[in-house]
Design a protein around this ligand. Structure first.
Ligand SMILES: [Zn+2]
Ligand SMILES: [Zn+2]
Length: 338
């Protein structure tokens, strides 16, 4: 079978490998779709923290279940996706029911080899039923689950103002699940095209360009002087993260979905007087995957609007680099395998 390996930053190579053999407690998926995300782009650029090469990328995956052991309720030929965060099952996070932040986590395509290949063996416990969704939709469950998990962390209530900072794929998903939770959504980004996309495709009511001189005034006007009770970072940009502390209401929560390498810096008195809550949101849990699938089935989200670029597996090596350039307007590139 054909496999695409990221041999070192900036370098891809197709190799020919043996098909995986069925192991106990595992399932073999014939990969049909691979969504490309920021993690893959950063890994290719060499800017992903703690990344080792060579590595097979790909964690936003959908395919056909070929064979399996220990997956009751699944059937051969079924369209599936899976939760690509393999956890140890016994650390403190796992015992707390938080496998998404397992202290020994292996994220498929990050800490271990991923799905840029024709067949992939995954632990059977990670499988998720396709429920009649298309392969395109199933490959978009994981990136949307990241936003859904952030909204779960924030415990968003109906009628709240939720400010989502960053209108990239993760931010857009976060906006969708804030809206589904009944929030009034405000999007902020430095890129007007992305803000327009949020307005047109996601029907986000309020958008603000972060470079405007009066961001605080705009937020205050939208929220009747209250400021947003929930601020979600989906930028992973240190400056944006530090800035957004000021956007939070008194009593508010600030959830960091995006990740960056530096130290966060904020004013303790400003934070204290708000009695603010700061939390991170890592990966997602199975319930988030199920929530996303349910939202897709009920047509509360149309994930296919995110797919701006398509390519067949054979051409990924040639086309990957251009997806790095913001000018190409990539929101989600989708790889198809026959
Ligand atoms: Zn991703
Ligand atoms: Zn664990």
């Amino acid at each position: 079978m054909k496999t695409l390996v990221c041999t070192q930053p900036g370098q891809f190579e197709y190799i020919s490998e043996e098909k995986p053999q069925l192991e106990k407690g595992h399932a073999i998926i014939k990969i049909k779709r691979i969504g490309i995300c920021g993690t893959d782009l950063h890994a290719f650029e060499g800017t992903q923290p703690f990344f080792e090469y060579p590595r097979i990328l790909g964690h936003e995956l959908a395919g056909e279940l070929i064979e399996f052991d220990g997956a009751p309720g699944f059937s051969v030929g079924e369209a599936v996706t899976f939760v690509p965060y393999f956890n140890c099952g016994h650390c403190i996070a796992c015992r707390l029911g938080k496998p998404n932040c397992c202290s020994n986590i292996k994220v498929c395509g990050v800490h271990c080899n991923g799905g840029m290949r024709e067949y992939l063996s995954v632990p059977s416990y990670s499988l998720v039923h396709g429920e009649g969704l298309s392969f395109d939709e199933l490959a978009l469950v994981e990136p949307l689950a990241i936003g859904a998990h952030g909204i779960r962390r924030a415990e968003v209530k109906e009628g709240e103002f939720v400010l989502v900072v960053g209108a990239g794929p993760i931010g857009l998903g976060t906006m969708e699940f804030a809206r589904i939770a009944g929030a009034k959504v405000i999007a902020i980004d430095v890129n007007d095209n992305r803000l327009q996309f949020s307005k047109d495709k996601l029907k986000v009511e309020y958008v603000i360009n972060a470079l405007a001189s009066d961001v605080l005034e705009q937020l205050s006007a939208i929220t009747n002087g209250d400021m947003p009770t929930v601020v979600m970072d989906a930028t992973g940009n240190l400056k944006a993260i530090n800035n957004a502390f000021r956007y939070m209401s008194h009593g508010g929560r600030y959830v960091l979905i995006g990740l960056q390498k530096g130290d966060i810096c904020f004013s303790h008195p400003e934070f204290h007087k708000r009695e603010a809550t700061l939390m991170s949101s890592r990966n997602a849990i199975r319930a988030d995957f199920e929530h996303v699938i349910d939202a897709m089935k009920k047509m509360k989200v149309d994930p296919t609007t995110y797919i701006t670029h398509r390519v067949v597996f054979e051409n990924v090596k040639d086309e990957f680099e251009q997806w790095l350039h913001p000018a190409n307007g990539v929101i989600k590139a989708m790889v198809e395998i026959a």
